[in-house]
Design a protein around this ligand. Structure first.
Ligand code: ATP
Ligand code: MG
Length: 359
């Protein structure tokens, strides 16, 4: 079920423009991440989907239908919603928390609880935890319960507002992995809000970078946003200025593309480089590899490079990624976009894991 924002503006009664003329389409069955600094209108945008906030102008369409045509309680029951700190009811058991929506939808108590127990397992929690109260769980466990409760709506759409931001980085990564695993099975349309660019590129099929004032700065795949930020705001937000960040993102085919250290042709290098670096031309096309410990006199030229390996064009058969990795002098297979520009690299080990997991 796709979601479309059509020229949506939200001005709060005090005059604050939280969202300014937002137009974008969230494709059916994908994860779209709204990312940006605090106050840029992420939560407001999300809440206009389930009518917790009404736009001042423009329209939000769910599966082609203006959400204003749906009764808010009915609409909300059909859209899973997860918020920071899970938003659990403190005086209800974990099981009853998860069973809330099925009960509201008129399921019998027994059936709702059975379903809730099943969902706890789905999100990786032991069923026994169902008897506890939220305060008796760790932060990470509470977030899982929040996800289970949202899944209980069994709706094709899931809205997640900074669901993992209150937990420590290790737990957070576990929750992200879990979400990607779930999503590969459930194929829901997920809108995920975060202010963390690493989380955004890790989870998103598409990333919408927003700036304060509620303006959409850039909307694209993680690779596009990382490699080709449209302006200085996006560039500094994704951290281009900080250079190589070790970012990685997971392609829809399950291949995790990691950031690769690059060096530009024509650049003058100070001293020898410590590790393999991919040389790119001004257009971002790969030109070869600079071997470790190479010392280059003057601007980097093609003759300083080791020619290297086949290229893997993202979105094509995964087998090609393996060929790229195996044929590369650095052991890193170069991944390029449709225009042949570098988006990152993969190792043979990773690709073998993906191929094996499918066998
Ligand atoms: N009910 C409200 N009345 C007036 N202004 C509001 C209201 N809710 C939010 N705002 C303002 O609208 C702007 C966008 O808020 P919003 O909560 O959508 O941002 P956000 O991107 O989710 O921020 P954060 O990352 O801090 O959660 C902010 O300037 C905020 O102060
Ligand atoms: Mg918010």
């Amino acid at each position: 079920m796709g979601i479309e924002f059509r020229g949506v503006t939200k001005q709060y009664p005090d005059g604050t423009v939280a969202v300014d003329d937002l137009s974008l389409t969230v494709e059916d069955g994908t994860i779209t991440v709204f990312v940006g600094p605090s106050g840029c209108g992420k939560t407001t945008s999300l809440r206009m989907i389930n009518r917790m906030v009404e736009p001042t102008s423009g329209a939000v369409l769910l599966d082609g239908k203006d959400v204003r045509e749906s009764d808010p309680p009915v609409l909300r029951r059909g859209i899973g919603y997860v918020i920071q700190n899970a938003g659990l009811f403190p005086h209800r058991t974990v099981l009853d928390n998860v069973a809330t929506v099925p009960l509201l939808s008129g399921w019998g108590k027994r059936k709702a609880r059975d379903r809730a127990a099943e969902l706890l397992t789905t999100v990786g929690l032991p069923e026994e935890l169902g008897k506890r109260y939220p305060a008796q769980l760790s932060g990470g466990q509470q977030q899982r319960v929040g996800v289970a409760r949202a899944l209980a709506a069994d709706s094709p759409v899931l809205l997640m507002d900074e669901p993992f931001s209150a937990v420590d980085p290790i737990v957070r990564e576990g929750l992200q992995d879990e979400l990607l695993r779930l999503q590969s099975r459930l194929g829901k349309t997920i809108v995920f809000v975060t202010h963390d660019i690493d989380e955004a590129v890790r989870l998103g099929d598409k990333v919408a970078v927003m700036r304060v004032g509620g303006k959409l700065a850039q909307y694209g795949t993680p690779a596009e946003v990382l490699r080709h930020p449209v302006d200085d705001f996006v560039a500094s937000f994704v951290g281009r200025d900080r250079g190589y960040r070790g970012l990685s993102f997971v392609e829809s085919d399950g291949v995790e593309v990691k950031d690769v250290a690059t060096v530009a042709l024509g650049e003058t290098l100070a001293g020898a480089v410590g590790d393999w670096r991919l040389a790119v031309n001004a257009d971002g096309h790969p030109r070869g590899w600079l071997a470790p410990e190479t010392t280059v006199d003057g601007p980097l030229a093609e003759e300083d490079l080791v020619a290297g390996g086949s290229l893997y064009q993202r979105g094509t058969a995964v087998r090609g990624a393996l060929d790229a990795a195996l044929s590369s002098p650095s052991g890193l297979g170069v991944v390029v976009d449709d225009d042949g520009r570098v988006v990152g690299a993969v190792t043979a080990r990773q690709i073998l894991d993906v191929l094996e997991s499918r066998a």
